[in-house]
Design a protein around this ligand. Structure first.
Ligand code: AMP
Length: 282
């Protein structure tokens, strides 16, 4: 496994590989867990060459967010990548990704201001800009993303289509702990009481899914049920509960097509997200 820190070196390798190998890219911010590893495994299965990028992207963190304390266990991450059979880890420095005279951003309008974008202004501008850069540098045939960040995938697919970026975006299911908590690099911020209370996210989503499957089709009723499950946890503070069209995030009142139910909830200072896609009862 090669660790590439220089953008120029990465581009040179890509030039050599292009056309001869299928390149699979897994973009990450490191602090790898089984969710990331599921993406890596798929990239390994489907592509001749697998590249994992590890870059804690400063542009996608708000001024008061956790950029400085975000976990960066790089030695452990490299070990996991090596053990998973990754060919290259691309590990650039912020000053190389964003030199002092950097001035360009990629904005996916409207979609970036909803849900997580509403509570984290500028977040998706940072995401789309860095993903666009990574896709340009690495030129993968396939890039792998997790359904955990459902809105992110919708926005990236839009960007790729709008800007004619030649890459296939693949989405893989959410990987959960055995008790249902969605794996996240931020779960380590939770103390043991918060960790226990955070299970209400999955419980609320399961309750909602069951109701939809049983024929309840009013989004307001589903939302009410979600609220009451979340309220069982003392420390939970809801950021948003969204019941939206799975393809374009537009709000849904009557559930008559595939919907995305997405939650963002604070436990102390830690904001967790989770979601489920549900098809209504036929
Ligand atoms: P991050 O390092 O948090 O930027 O995540 C990198 C990629 O891993 C993104 O595409 C995430 O959606 C994906 N990911 C994070 N957590 C999970 C999870 N629990 N299950 C599946 N994919 C995940």
């Amino acid at each position: 496994m090669e660790i590439v820190k220089q953008i120029g070196r990465m581009e040179a390798i890509v030039q050599r590989l292009k056309g001869k190998n299928t390149i699979g890219l897994v973009p990450t911010m490191g602090a790898l867990h089984s969710g990331h590893l599921s993406l890596i495994k798929k990239a390994r299965q489907e592509c001749g060459y697998s590249i994992v990028s590890i870059f804690v992207n400063p542009w996608q963190f708000g001024a008061k967010e956790d950029f400085k304390i975000y976990p960066r266990p790089i030695k452990k991450d490299l070990k996991l990548c090596r053990e998973s059979g990754v060919d290259i880890v691309f590990y650039p420095k912020p000053k190389d990704m964003y030199p002092v005279d950097f001035k360009t951003h990629v904005a996916v309008e409207k979609l970036s201001n909803l849900l997580c974008g509403a509570s984290r202004p500028g977040h998706f501008l940072g995401v789309t800009t860095v993903v666009c850069k990574l896709l340009n540098i690495i030129q993968p045939n396939i890039a792998y993303f997790g359904q955990k960040d459902a809105q992110q995938v919708i926005i990236i697919k839009r960007m790729v289509q709008d800007l004619n970026i030649r890459v296939k975006i693949k989405t893989l299911p959410i990987v959960r702990e055995s008790d249902g908590l969605a794996m996240s690099s931020r779960n380590i911020y939770l103390n043991s009481a918060q960790r226990q209370e955070a299970l209400c996210l999955y419980r609320a989503l399961r309750t909602a899914k069951k109701l939809v499957k049983s024929g309840v089709n009013e989004a307001a009723s589903i939302k009410k049920a979600i609220v009451s499950v979340i309220q069982e946890s003392n420390s939970a503070k809801t950021d948003y509960i969204a019941i939206v069209d799975e393809r374009n995030l537009s709000p849904v009142k009557c559930i008559n097509r595939r919907i995305l139910i997405a939650l963002a909830v604070y436990f102390g200072k830690t904001r967790l997200i989770d979601n489920v896609v549900v098809r209504p009862k036929p």
